[in-house]
Design a protein around this ligand. Structure first.
Ligand SMILES: Cc1cc2nc3c(=O)[nH]c(=O)nc-3n(C[C@H](O)[C@H](O)[C@H](O)COP(=O)(O)OP(=O)(O)OC[C@H]3O[C@@H](n4cnc5c(N)ncnc54)[C@H](O)[C@@H]3O)c2cc1C
Length: 359
């Protein structure tokens, strides 16, 4: 059968949630398309695997930015998940929602923080239980990470500098110093494929096709009626839902004739609708500081690799080049400051031996 009520392009964070919610109605036939494979890779499910999956691989689009004028013309490696769960299968598992001002600043009806909070709560199965800020029993597991003596010291140092303790960065305040929460359950990653798709996949009205790249949205006049896969068209009786992520969604729209006229014409794509699609992208800037100890130095001598898999100098050695401990070794503590200003910053603190000493 090649006709469905909804065709969802991309089985990432958004796509898996939508596949679950739309297929709750047994009268709706839903197709979920994913360019990458199923999420069977061992390191997806072990939180420390974050470092292993960061580099370009069959599970990661591994993009490079255009030369960045603000970064001395450097191209920046830009990972994105290409697998069931999308980037939620390879991400850093940090569960810190946007701050209310972010949503309110959009000025879009229904997308202000007060309107969104009930949905955040509905999504969560939070270790702190149900409250004004959190939900329990939802598909997205949110857990506390283990404590560590060095993290405690980091938090105490911040407190000594006048930065208040914060035990919940998704609570009343998002600033402060403390342990953050992670999207895990029983020390396993809770991607949207795990939390939302797995239970829905049992439904007969949901089909999931992996290894399937959509190359164009097919329009009848100005109505989207399907999706092109190679030389075939998969029809959507009601809607095509584009969930390809921040890079691939605009790309698919542009390939379908929706985008800046000059760009489309340069690539000989017929313009269906001129629109600033693909412009205005914002991303977080990340800088990493490593402190290496004698033991690390010895490991480097034995050919440790950095997250990009290259053998490089001492400063690139990181927890990502880790060796054997399969508990959570990701950053555990964080200091957030100045979030309401342009210069807002977050400093995660990552003890390399977190798993060994967690209590
Ligand atoms: C390395 C990394 C670390 C991160 N760390 C964190 C973190 O710690 N905390 C946090 O909150 N957020 C983090 N993020 C961000 C977060 O994971 C993303 O914002 C979120 O997953 C994006 O969801 P999405 O649905 O928009 O896209 P994605 O989850 O990326 O899903 C898009 C999916 O669509 C598929 N697709 C794209 N185009 C097509 C096509 N044409 N045909 C078929 N399939 C297609 C892709 O393969 C992919 O599976 C991180 C992201 C990355 C990459």
């Amino acid at each position: 059968m090649d006709a469905f009520d909804y065709v969802i392009v991309g089985a990432g964070s958004a796509g898996c949630v939508l596949a679950n919610r739309l297929s709750e109605d047994p009268r709706c036939e839903v197709l979920l398309l994913e360019a990458g494979p199923r999420d069977t890779h061992f390191w997806i499910h072990v939180p420390l695997g974050y470092g292993k999956l960061f580099a370009k691989s069959a599970l990661n689009w591994g993009y490079e930015s255009e030369p960045e004028p603000a970064l001395n013309g450097r191209r920046i490696f830009t990972p994105r998940g290409k697998v069931l769960g999308g980037s939620s299968s390879i991400n850093g598992l940090v569960y810190i929602r946007g701050q209310p001002q972010d949503y309110d600043g959009w000025g879009v009806l229904g997308w202000d923080f007060a309107s969104l909070l009930p949905y955040f709560r509905k999504a969560e199965d939070h270790c702190l239980g149900e409250s004004a800020w959190h939900g329990a029993g939802g598909p997205l597991a949110v857990s506390a990470l283990g404590r560590h003596a060095l993290c405690d010291a980091f938090i105490s140092s911040a407190n000594a500098l006048g930065i208040a303790r914060n035990d919940d960065f998704n609570g009343a305040a998002q600033e402060g110093a403390g342990y953050y929460h992670a999207t895990t359950r029983n020390a396993r990653r809770c991607s949207t494929a795990v939390g939302y798709l797995r239970p829905a996949e049992k439904r007969p009205n949901l089909q999931v096709r992996t290894g399937t790249l959509a190359t164009r949205i097919v329009f009848q006049e100005r109505k989207a009626i399907g999706v092109q896969i190679g030389d075939r068209v998969l029809k959507a009786r009601r809607e095509v839902v584009v969930c390809g992520g921040a890079f691939n969604s605009p790309q698919l729209l542009q390939l379908s004739g929706i985008g800046p006229r000059a760009l489309l014409e340069r690539h000989a794509i017929a313009v269906l609708q001129e629109a600033p699609v693909g412009e205005g992208l914002q991303d977080q800037a990340v800088g990493v500081i490593h402190e290496c100890h004698a033991k690390d130095e010895a490991e480097h001598e034995h050919g440790a690799r950095n997250p990009l898999g290259r053998r490089t100098g001492r400063s690139s050695h990181s927890i990502y080049a880790s060796h054997g401990y399969c508990q959570i070794g990701l950053g555990q503590a964080i200091v957030s400051q100045g979030l309401q200003s342009f210069l807002g910053m977050r400093f995660p603190f990552i003890p390399k031996d977190a798993a060994h000493e967690s209590i």
